[in-house]
Ligand binder design. Structure first.
Ligand SMILES: *Cc1c(COP(=O)(O)O)cnc(C)c1O
Length: 354
């Protein structure tokens, strides 16, 4: 039999989550964020399932090119903009939209081969201090861009640092609105968390990512509570069973020691598949649909499942690592990370089924 690990991508769930976003932001265009290989779900597969979106946001210009060559006609935004003059040639050839977040990118505009048909998203730094111009800097930049012979439409974009946190967006939203109200240009502010929680941030374009994949952007609210459906399910099988006696130890570093007799399943899934090595002993998983837990340290190709309370489980039993029936957030929490990172880290060696 082939190694039993697989990732199942539920295309219907992607589609459903997009419609859910539409219902939440009914008057706004949707820029589906499909960077990082569609958050690990596969770029072209995700674009196909989300083809009702008004736009796609990616990081890598070659992803944008691929989407055009596959026939997608939507707006395609480069979230970090162009890096080189060669990029600007591709931007023109493939009709892409550039973010401008730094002074140095202005010089690239001069290498743009077209005239009056370049659409720009100007990034405003509202206090997150990652990319973009503060409002005073942005005023000068906007004037320059408006005068630039290549530029057609300018959209103002900002990104929130705390839309998913208790602190919320009040301050940065006010800062952005104060600035943007002086200009009659489209605006884009909201990631998934802001889309779900702050209708006042919807503007002209929302930019959902994580929610489209059916995971929650919030620590304290699950995807299911929000009404989202997980798109990725990572599963495998038990390929061996070990019967431990009290005092026996498990795996690298002997991180787990049995204090009574136990049955252990060896699961064909490890960190080389994208399962987090930092997942603690006790991270939830499902064996034949029943809740159980990992034990000991995750290794490159395998991990340990506690079968003590599952007398029927054994070699061949199915194991769900995350997804349908097991929120990715629960696994991420036990590994000190977020569902985003786990999805993106799904390894290329894992076969994907749809
Ligand atoms: C990744 C990203 C998003 C999507 O964020 P989610 O939390 O996944 O919804 C939106 N905007 C920008 C600028 C991003 O980089």
């Amino acid at each position: 039999m082939p190694r039993p690990i697989q990732a199942h991508i539920n295309l219907g769930a992607l589609e459903q989550n997009l419609w859910f976003a539409r219902r939440k932001a009914p008057c706004t265009r949707i820029m589906a964020v499909i960077k990082a290989n569609g958050y690990g779900h596969g770029l072209s597969r995700v674009a196909e399932a989300l083809s009702a979106a008004d736009g796609f946001a990616v990081l890598d210009i070659l992803d944008a090119v691929q989407l055009r060559e596959l026939g997608f006609r939507q707006t395609i935004l480069l979230l970090e903009g162009a890096f080189t003059a060669e990029d600007m040639a591709l931007v023109a050839q493939y009709n892409l939209v550039c973010t401008i977040h730094s002074e140095w990118q202005l010089a690239l505009l001069d290498s743009y081969p077209g005239r009056e048909n370049l659409d720009i998203w100007l990034k405003i730094n509202n206090g997150m201090n990652r990319l973009g111009f503060t409002p005073p800097q942005a005023t000068a930049m906007l004037e320059q861009l408006r005068r630039h012979p290549a530029v057609r439409e300018i959209t103002l974009m900002t990104h929130f640092a705390n839309a998913d946190e208790a602190r919320g967006i009040a301050e940065p939203l006010a800062l952005f609105n104060d600035f943007a109200s002086a200009f009659h240009v489209p605006r884009s502010l909201a990631n998934s968390a802001a889309l779900l929680r702050y209708p006042q941030s919807h503007g002209d374009w929302v930019r959902p990512g994580i929610m489209l994949y059916g995971a929650s952007p919030f620590a304290e609210t699950s995807a299911q509570q929000l009404g989202l459906k997980p798109a990725m399910t990572l599963s495998s099988r038990i390929i061996a069973v070990q019967n431990l006696r009290a005092g026996d130890e498990l795996g690298y570093g002997a991180l787990f020691r049995a204090d009574h007799d136990m049955k252990i399943g060896i699961v064909a899934c490890g960190y080389a598949d994208g399962y987090p090595r930092h997942a603690l002993s006790g991270t939830p998983l499902l064996v034949d649909g029943q809740p159980s837990r990992t034990l000991g340290r995750v290794s490159m190709d395998m991990l340990y499942a506690d079968l003590s309370r599952l007398p029927g489980a054994g070699v061949g039993s199915s194991v769900t690592l995350w997804g349908e029936g097991l929120p990715i957030e629960a696994v991420a929490g036990a590994a000190g990370t977020v569902g985003y990172e786990l999805m993106c880290a799904l390894a290329a060696r894992v076969p994907v089924l749809t």
